[in-house]
Design a protein around this ligand. Structure first.
Ligand SMILES: NC(=O)c1ccc[n+]([C@@H]2O[C@H](COP(=O)([O-])OP(=O)(O)OC[C@H]3O[C@@H](n4cnc5c(N)ncnc54)[C@H](OP(=O)(O)O)[C@@H]3O)[C@@H](O)[C@H]2O)c1
Length: 259
């Protein structure tokens, strides 16, 4: 993808949840597009390894361990920057697939904390720096779960609806300021850990999510989409981009090949 190198003031791109999956792939793509990427996640070893790999390849990358739900730590993190060009709020995920009748309230709380409050924390802390860049972009990685529900998904669906509403409302509130708000809502993406985390490490249950689906999206497919949206000219705001694999027509309508 041929894109112009971003100008100095808006060259820093912060990616949350960069220790694997979509976040790591997005950090790679943004680094290749000329951004100075700042990788954050709780697992220090993983983000440091990726930062080293990107640096060795001639890109600019640093790692900063951060729990997005820890507001004091997020505020401290924000003091490291004068300007930030891009914030990709990607950290998040699902816990459990129980019906409303039996879902664990603690799972619901954790999903809200990570997917919504985590996004709120980073966005609030970095908004002045995004403004100061003169051309800032906030990306919210929501989900198709932020737009329609499915059985067994209510806790995650509620949280991702929250992330969607945050993006929509922020766009209304800051119109006129030099900051875009982009929501990317992926459908089924086969990443190493998403389904494993959802099912508490149960690999068999996790594998069932993708069973018979010829080509679920990859982390890099979503990273490509995010990077495309971010690298449009500053006056072009991709409000919402829904991206699914061809085999998925809705959250619950998925074509699976018989085995
Ligand atoms: N995979 C899918 O099918 C799919 C579909 C639609 C949307 N999404 C969304 O896309 C995003 C990435 O998903 P993925 O598939 O790449 O999942 P993943 O591989 O499980 O990655 C989740 C990332 O979030 C980080 N994270 C979780 N809790 C955190 C916290 N409290 N503080 C900081 N970082 C935290 C994890 O890092 P640490 O554990 O190191 O902190 C990890 O880097 C999520 O928001 C997910 O909901 C995924």
């Amino acid at each position: 993808m041929a894109t112009a190198v971003p100008p100095a003031a808006s060259r820093i791109a912060v990616v949350t949840g960069a220790s694997g999956g979509i976040g790591a792939a997005t950090a790679r793509r943004l680094a290749e597009a000329g951004y100075r990427v700042v990788l954050t996640a709780r697992r220090k070893d993983r983000i440091e390894a990726l930062a080293d790999e990107l640096t060795a390849a001639g890109h600019s990358a640093t790692a900063y361990p951060l729990d997005v739900t820890d507001r004091a730590a997020v505020d401290e993190f924000a003091t490291a920057f004068r300007t930030v060009g891009v914030l990709v709020n990607n950290a998040g995920g699902a816990l459990g697939a129980d019906p409303v009748a039996t879902g664990d309230p603690q799972d619901w709380r954790t999903m809200y904390e990570t997917n919504v409050i985590g996004t709120l924390n980073l966005t609030q802390a970095l908004l002045p720096k995004l403004d100061a860049s003169g051309d800032g972009t906030v990306v919210v990685v929501s989900s198709t779960a932020g737009h329609a529900t499915y059985e067994g998904g209510a806790g995650y669906v509620a949280a991702k609806h929250g992330a969607h509403v945050l993006a929509e409302t922020l766009r209304l509130e800051i119109v006129g300021r030099p900051v875009r708000v982009i929501e990317v809502a992926p459908g089924m993406v086969k990443t190493e850990e998403f389904a494993l985390t959802r099912f508490g490490g149960d690999a068999e249950k996790a594998a069932k999510v993708y069973e018979g689906v010829a080509e679920p999206l990859t982390a890099d497919d979503v990273a490509d989409t995010i990077t495309w949206a971010v690298t449009r000219p500053p006056h072009v705001n991709i409000d919402l981009l829904v991206v699914r694999p061809r085999a998925q027509a809705s959250n619950s309508k998925v074509h699976r090949e018989a085995r």
